[in-house]
Design a protein around this ligand. Structure first.
Ligand code: SIN
Length: 553
């Protein structure tokens, strides 16, 4: 047994992006809020969002049009009520962000003052942006506000290991180590075990309400626009506790990440195409109109697939963005960060074609959750990219993600205000962390190797174009790797690397399992074995049977 520090709070928020911080701010009026985040609080997927946040702002636009665009992108799998509700709540959340000091780029004073951007799949200009670093502005505005709010504590460099649930505690107390199915309905969350990444110490945080706002998991793939923190932690944690997971096959690949060996798939925002950039081959010829009448501004699933097809059929390593026509002054003013970054890698947007490739960008699936964050497990809530609410369906409309995170973070807090206060719940007694025979790792190379293998396997077999055979192959490899990872997890003291590896392997398995359930091509899931949309009524894929697997008990 390892003696643990125990921390108590009323509301535990895991993750410090837009969803988590919005929830934390609202909840601070009701009780003691603890925000756990695995790196520095500003290092989130939110911080890297470039394009902006979608919201109906002009007379010539309407909620109906925004809803229609979202449904069209979602390819038959959106929940219409959820879409209508989130779209209509956008203006209030934008007003909150402005109150928190986030400023969106404007043309001039007056009601139509915003410089609204356009992105793929939108029939109108409706993307509010802060230059080309919208996410950074939102992140710093919210964080400043959170840091100044009494009642919220941020605990950085702390990585959640697993949920502590009543069912798990019951199993331990009856010394029943069988890891059978747990009915999530009878199972309340009571807190989490977490690792202090600086000291290696294990903590137990007790809280009757746990909010997972951990973002997505682009790092499951070899190439991704996401930062290193995006390892799908929330989905993996919830799944291990038996919470249903939905629609994981719908991985959005962003069509235009900078193609350069050292650029780490730097995103070249879709807003660049919104301002007129064409997608071209090396000889300058446009190809997108052969695939969709909207050309380079078709929805992302279509554009990414078209690029993949052009690259593979021609044996080319990339395609190109061409925005030279807009001239240097406009480009530098509208996209200063993208311009500078491209320059750093040797490309001048005003003079050169910019080489781009698709890379994993966003999870449309996740923890099965309502707009108010509730999940099948009492006390457990999820919001932002980690959650699957029904807004995105089979493919997310650009810039709807920050919107969903802001709306759901807020709605979740409002919902929690109607539930019994934390003081109504008795504090449970949490067993000390049981390291078993674990010793410090002397085989870090195994983690490194398995990390690369999971990500390569997902890129090669579960990417933009899938087949039954590729999925089977991927599943076999992920299973073998998961067994090895579990052994490693049990035999060595936990480190951030092993915990993240365990999470990406779990998420990889969920993606493959959901993809295997879907015998059709729809939205972001495209398979050569079933190339058409099924004529059966569309349904979500759901996984709900893995309570307790891979846990250290
Ligand atoms: C982008 O700027 O292209 C990304 C925006 C988004 O993913 O919604």
């Amino acid at each position: 047994m390892v003696k643990m520090k125990i921390i108590d709070c009323d509301y535990l928020v895991v993750g410090s992006g837009i969803a988590g911080l919005t929830a934390a701010l609202e909840l601070s009026e009701r009780g003691k809020v603890l925000v756990l985040t695995k790196k520095d609080a500003g290092e989130t997927n939110t911080s890297y969002a470039q394009g902006g946040i979608a919201c109906v702002m002009k007379e010539d636009d309407s909620f109906e049009k925004h809803v229609a665009d979202t449904l069209r992108a979602g390819d038959g799998l959106c929940d219409v009520e959820v879409v209508e509700s989130i779209v209509s709540k956008a203006p209030d959340r934008i007003a909150d962000l402005e109150r928190f000091g986030v400023s969106f780029t404007e043309y001039h004073d007056g009601p139509d003052r915003y410089d609204l951007g356009k992105e793929g799949g939108h029939s109108k200009r409706r993307i509010l942006h802060s230059g080309d670093i919208t996410g950074k502005h939102i992140q710093s505005g919210l964080l400043e506000r959170v840091r100044a709010t009494p009642g919220i504590t941020i605990c950085e460099r702390t990585l959640v290991i697993d949920l502590i649930t009543m069912a798990w505690l019951d199993r331990l107390s009856t010394r029943n180590s069988l890891l059978g199915h747990v009915d999530p309905e009878s199972n309340r969350v009571t807190g989490v075990y977490a690792l202090d990444c600086d000291t290696g110490e294990i903590l137990a945080v007790r809280s009757p309400y746990v909010i997972l706002a951990t973002g997505g998991g682009g790092k499951v793939y070899l190439y991704t626009s996401n930062p290193d923190v995006a390892t799908g932690d929330g989905v993996a944690i919830a799944w291990r506790a038996g919470v249903p997971i939905r629609n994981m096959e719908f991985i959005q690949f962003h069509p235009t990440c900078l193609f350069h060996p050292e650029a780490k798939s730097f995103l070249v925002s879709e807003a660049v195409r919104g301002e007129g950039a064409k997608l071209v081959l090396g000889d300058g010829s446009e190809f997108m109109y052969q695939y969709d009448e909207r050309g380079a501004l078709a929805s992302r699933d279509i554009v990414a697939r078209a690029i993949d097809h052009e690259m593979k059929s021609r044996g080319e390593p990339c395609v190109y963005l061409d925005i030279r026509e807009r001239g240097e002054t406009f480009i530098r003013e509208r996209f200063p960060t993208i311009y500078d970054t491209c320059r750093q890698f040797g490309f001048d947007m005003a003079r050169d074609l910019i080489p781009v490739v698709p890379a994993a960008h966003y999870f449309c699936g996740g923890i099965d959750a309502a707009i108010n964050g509730s999940t099948a497990m009492p006390g457990l809530f999820a919001c932002g990219e980690v959650a699957c609410t029904g807004l995105h369906g089979a493919n997310r409309l650009a810039s709807n993600s920050l919107l969903e995170a802001a709306v759901c973070g807020y709605e979740l807090a409002r919902h929690l205000a109607e539930l019994p206060p934390a003081s109504d719940y008795k504090k449970v007694s949490v067993p000390d962390w049981e390291p078993g025979d674990a010793v410090p790792s002397d085989e870090a190379i195994v983690v490194e190797h398995n990390w690369n293998e999971v990500r390569t396997c997902m890129w090669d077999y579960v990417g933009i174009v899938r087949t039954d055979k590729r999925l089977e192959r991927a599943m076999r490899r992920i299973h073998n790797l998961s067994t090895e990872i579990r052994e490693y997890y049990l035999n060595y003291l936990v480190t951030p690397d092993i915990l993240e590896l365990r999470n990406i392997a779990a998420v990889a398995e969920l993606i493959v399992r959901c993809a295997q359930q879907r015998k059709e091509s729809r939205g972001l899931h495209y398979t050569l074995d079933y190339p058409a949309v099924s004529s059966e009524p569309s349904a979500d894929s759901l996984i709900r049977d893995d309570a307790g697997r891979y846990r250290k008990d």
